[in-house]
Design a protein around this ligand. Structure first.
Ligand SMILES: [Cu+2]
Length: 558
């Protein structure tokens, strides 16, 4: 990393941070041995997990990404608000065409009022499986944390590892029409730990000084699973979620969906010993095979014998919805008072899975979904279809035919979403397809109800909105009912990804103050591949500070 103080490349209209941080990301294939199997994976700079982007609040970050791999690549800076820098957001075919083999693209953005832990990851095919890393944003110089200063901090990235090539895996799964196989291993900082074959010594370890307090920066970079995390005999105090401070909340376990981050404090207040840190599955859907072996890392006190047995960490059972709710109930913004009270645009999106009729001449190969159909997923029963060029370019340059502006603000049909199916017919599980967007005027105060459906199976979906964080003002089980829904307009958590409760709903609010084309999708890659996505177009406001600048000259071509 090179750190320079000159504000090179800073947009004239945006006040830059104190420093500009330069990073060089070389996307390359790297040989790796895991689970007694040697293979090539795609990495950044040969690192798995990838390099950490360190910065301070209000800094400018410039990352030159050079694609030395044979695959198409983009990098998304998950949770970075990208104020007036939508071109650097990174989702393929939404804000840019992929960086092709041998090409490069330089991402540039400012961390406007952002601090805490986030993540970056590939946002093309399923490359996120190995192409991911943490973003650590410190407060401005002289500004303390709103909690006890930790003795040390550690990044803990939860992941999923496949022995198969993840790019081929996505293609094979989509061609089959059926569901994906479970990961071959869960990983903590790339290490599966002793529960897996050949992995006794492939375990991550934190050395603990007795009595000291540690800040763990938890990140879930997994592809298709939500996960519980716990430490044997130690409680964790959540102080930040998705890069925003929370009121301190102490718990035995946390749950993170893919894309979610959480900072927790842990104090070494137990007797000298070796304690397990465990990552296990949270699977809220019915009848889906999943990896059930925990990844294990160690929280090991200085003075403990390295050969000593570790105390096992207790994880909730895989379907413990109550454990998930208890953590969610504990998340409150540290400060109150910024929640939009008036709403200009009320939106209601259903989220869920579908089964499409089989149209393949070779159904045994291509229609392995339920009832011999093909699996799909949708918002408001519309499965998102990727365009041929980036939507942002199509919108900006007024290129016709790539998308429509008619995404419905409410479901086209109302029915018992949790227990029924579209058309009130239990057998009609079809969705429509399209590249539909919803257009918002600059400054619109939006409330969006996300409603899980049981069309195939109810499930907790981690829904992520690009370019914004949002207040989670309410959530509950069953179908959303405005008459009975309870809202917290005082100190709701401010997140970029919300695990919508299984068979339930969540209400989010945000102000559309960042012009551009913003993806919103399920952060399970399989559901994204199946179309569980939608797009907001936020129009320019008035003047330079409310207008998206021109595209960068090196924007990749499709
Ligand atoms: Cu989903």
């Amino acid at each position: 990393m090179v750190l320079r103080s000159s504000p090179l490349h800073v947009l004239a209209q945006w006040p830059g941070g104190r420093s500009t941080r330069f990073y060089d990301f070389k996307v390359q294939t790297t040989r790796i041995t895991k689970l007694c199997n040697t293979k090539d994976i795609v990495t950044v700079n040969g690192m798995y997990p990838g390099p950490v982007v360190y910065a301070q609040e209000d800094d400018r970050v410039i990352v030159k990404v050079t694609n030395e791999s044979p695959y198409n690549v983009t990098i998304h800076w998950h949770g970075i608000r990208q104020m007036l820098s939508c071109w650097s957001d990174g989702p393929s075919y939404i804000t840019q065409c992929p960086i092709q083999a041998g090409q490069s693209f330089t991402y540039e953005f400012t961390l406007v009022k952002q601090k805490g832990t986030l993540l970056w990851h590939a946002h093309v095919s399923w490359l996120r499986g190995t192409v991911y890393g943490a973003i650590v944003m410190y407060p401005k110089a002289g500004v303390p944390y709103p909690f006890t200063y930790p003795y040390k901090e550690h990044i803990i990235i939860l992941g999923e590892y496949w022995l198969k090539d993840v790019v081929q895996l996505e293609k094979a799964v989509l061609a089959s029409g059926g569901g994906p196989p479970p990961a071959d291993a869960f990983t903590i900082n790339g290490h599966p730990g002793p529960n897996y074959n050949c992995s006794n010594n492939d375990a991550y370890k934190i050395d603990v000084v007795p009595g000291k307090t540690y800040l763990l920066r938890l990140v879930n970079a997994g592809l298709n699973m939500e996960n519980f995390f716990s430490i044997a005999n130690h409680r964790m105090t959540i102080v930040e979620a998705d890069g925003e401070y929370t009121k301190p909340f102490t718990t035995d376990r946390v749950m993170l969906g893919p894309g979610q981050t959480m900072n927790v404090l842990v104090t070494g207040d137990q007797s000298i010993g070796k304690y397990s840190m465990a990552m296990g599955p949270y699977m809220s859907a019915q009848g889906i095979p999943f990896q059930n072996i925990s990844a294990i890392a160690y929280f090991q006190y200085l003075g403990a014998l390295p050969t000593s047995l570790s105390l096992p960490a207790r994880l909730p059972s895989f379907n413990d919805n109550l454990a998930v709710k208890m953590v969610m109930d504990g998340l409150r913004s540290l400060k109150s008072g910024h929640v939009p009270k008036e709403i200009d645009q009320n939106l209601y999106y259903t989220i869920g899975l579908n089964v499409q009729q089989c149209h393949s001449p070779t159904p045994q190969q291509n229609c392995q979904g339920l009832n011999n159909g093909t699996m799909a997923a949708s918002m408001n029963n519309i499965s998102f279809v990727k365009p041929k060029i980036s939507l942002l370019e199509a919108y900006y340059n007024r290129i016709n035919g790539q998308f429509t502006e008619d995404f419905p603000g409410v479901p086209l049909k109302f029915y018992d979403f949790v227990n029924g199916a579209p058309n009130n017919s239990p057998n009609n599980t079809q969705s429509m397809i399209g590249t539909r967007t919803f257009v918002l005027e600059y400054g619109t105060r939006v409330q969006l109800i996300l409603q899980d459906t049981g069309t195939v199976s109810t499930e907790n979906h981690p829904i992520h909105l690009h370019g914004y964080s949002f207040y989670v003002v309410g959530y509950g089980s069953g179908n959303y009912n405005p008459q009975t829904a309870q809202f917290n307009l005082v100190d709701p958590p401010y997140l970029n990804t919300i695990g919508v409760p299984v068979g339930g709903w969540a209400a989010i609010r945000f102000v559309a103050d960042n012009p551009g084309v913003w993806f919103m999708h399920c952060h399970f890659d399989i559901h994204l591949s199946w179309g569980l996505a939608s797009v907001f177009i936020v129009k320019n406001g008035k003047g330079e500070l409310e207008t998206l600048p021109h595209p960068p000259a090196d924007l990749p071509r499709c």
